[in-house]
Design a protein around this ligand. Structure first.
Ligand SMILES: [Zn+2]
Length: 418
């Protein structure tokens, strides 16, 4: 599958007539998009953060778009780095989930504190400096007109792209409430939007990590050969394992520090990032830990305070340098856990269409393909909790599990840059 050497900017064919458009390093605003072509029509998965970048992408796609042009666009979620270029696709039907449309309308109506800070960033201290650095100075954000989707669905919609079947499935809440993924059952290609950040620290909304983990587990049941994440290099379903492991790890580590009375900035700074070192936008862990603290009962933190803390974390880490690999001494346990999870996988997406889908390594729902024995499928999580007496070692095991998820599939660890 993918590796660092083919994570370059631009269009990349991931299956015959199916393309990913990649923007390294996958950090803020550097999102991926997709293009699915059929006879006489094409479907675009997401637009980009501004009009110049979307225009550049459409130019790069020109040679592979059928003469009739792009007939449909899917917005995987409401964030501008996946929707702000819609204006350039006004001739196409723009599709998303009803929930994402509601979220887009909310952002567009001015209930958007991020936008408010960016527009007068000099007056917002560290929070303003942060948003200006990672987005404001790089992109022409919010300078176009937000064109809204013209067609919505609740849970699932199948689209015929010139003879090619594309299934649009709402899997949110995860990264947002309305997240949509686009699945091609014949090609076994999945475009996840920001339900997957690959080798990039995810942006986690407070209170939604558990739902996000559940969404990852749902997608792990699907038959996926190629996974195009919302940010980061093209990968496969190992990125789902890595992300779910990451979210569990941060949740557990945050809870322990919360229970110890540690404040969230100190908690974030004290985290052992192990296998996640080198993922882009590391300072997002400050926001994630703050969100976990809120879900554990801390009173809500002001967004500007959290963003400012992330900016200071970023400065500290940059001065110190983060490219230090940690020794991990309990690989066997972590690997065993990872393999259990793989083997417990069941066939998928979506359940009603299961008969149409080929499944890799699937020896029947709930059985281990290696042994034929029944497995607990989703229920192997308690095994991890049961080991809580040896938490520090187990925590490192988590990290190793996540990085092994990549290493086992040929995805290099520590290469996302940024
Ligand atoms: Zn997003």
């Amino acid at each position: 599958m993918s590796n660092a050497t083919d994570y370059g900017k631009g269009l990349r064919e991931v299956a015959s007539g199916v393309f990913a458009y990649l923007q390294p390093d996958g950090g803020y605003g550097y999102s991926n998009a997709g293009l699915i072509t059929g006879s006489r029509s094409a479907l675009l998965v997401d637009t980009l953060i501004d009009l110049p970048r979307t225009r550049e992408m459409l130019t790069a796609m020109r040679a592979v778009i059928p003469a009739a042009g792009i007939s449909s666009v899917v917005n995987t979620h409401a964030h501008p780095d996946h929707t702000a270029g819609n204006e350039l696709l006004s001739g196409a039907e723009i599709i998303t989930s009803a929930t994402t449309l509601a979220e887009m309308e909310q952002l567009d109506r001015g209930a958007n504190p991020i936008r408010a800070i960016m527009e007068s960033w000099q007056r917002h201290g560290d929070a303003g400096a942060y948003l200006h650095e990672v987005m404001g100075r790089r992109f022409a954000v919010h300078q176009g007109r937000q064109v809204m989707p013209s067609r919505v669905f609740e849970d699932q919609l199948t689209v015929d792209v010139g003879g090619r079947e594309a299934r649009l499935v709402r899997v949110g809440p995860a990264h947002t409430q309305g997240d949509v993924v686009v699945y091609l059952p014949a090609e076994r290609v999945l475009f996840t939007g920001d339900v997957v950040f690959s080798r990039v620290h995810p942006l986690v909304t407070a209170g939604m990590a558990d739902a996000w983990i559940a969404a990852c587990e749902r997608l792990l049941e699907w038959d996926i050969q190629v996974l195009v994440p919302g940010h980061g290099p093209v990968t496969d379903s190992s990125a789902l394992l890595a992300l779910a492991g990451y979210l569990r790890y941060l949740r557990e580590e945050s809870r322990e520090r919360f229970n110890d009375g540690m404040d969230y900035t100190t908690a974030a700074a004290s985290l052992d990032l192990g296998g996640y070192l080198g993922w882009a936008d590391e300072e997002r862990i400050v926001m994630t830990v703050a969100g976990f603290y809120e879900s554990f009962g801390a009173s809500k933190f002001a967004m500007a305070d959290v963003l400012g803390a992330a900016w200071r974390y970023r400065g500290t880490r940059r001065r110190r340098g983060t490219a230090v690999a940690h020794r991990v001494d309990d690989r066997t346990t972590a690997r065993g856990h990872l393999e259990r999870r793989h083997h417990a996988r069941r066939s998928g997406p979506p359940a009603r269409d299961r008969d149409q889908v080929r499944c890799i390594g699937d020896a029947g729902a709930g059985s281990d393909p290696a042994t034929g024995r029944r497995t607990a499928a989703h229920n192997d999580l308690p095994a991890r909790r049961a080991g809580s007496a040896v938490r520090p070692r187990r925590a490192r095991g988590h990290l190793r599990a996540a990085s092994d998820a990549g290493a086992d599939r040929g995805i290099p660890v520590g290469c996302a840059g940024g």
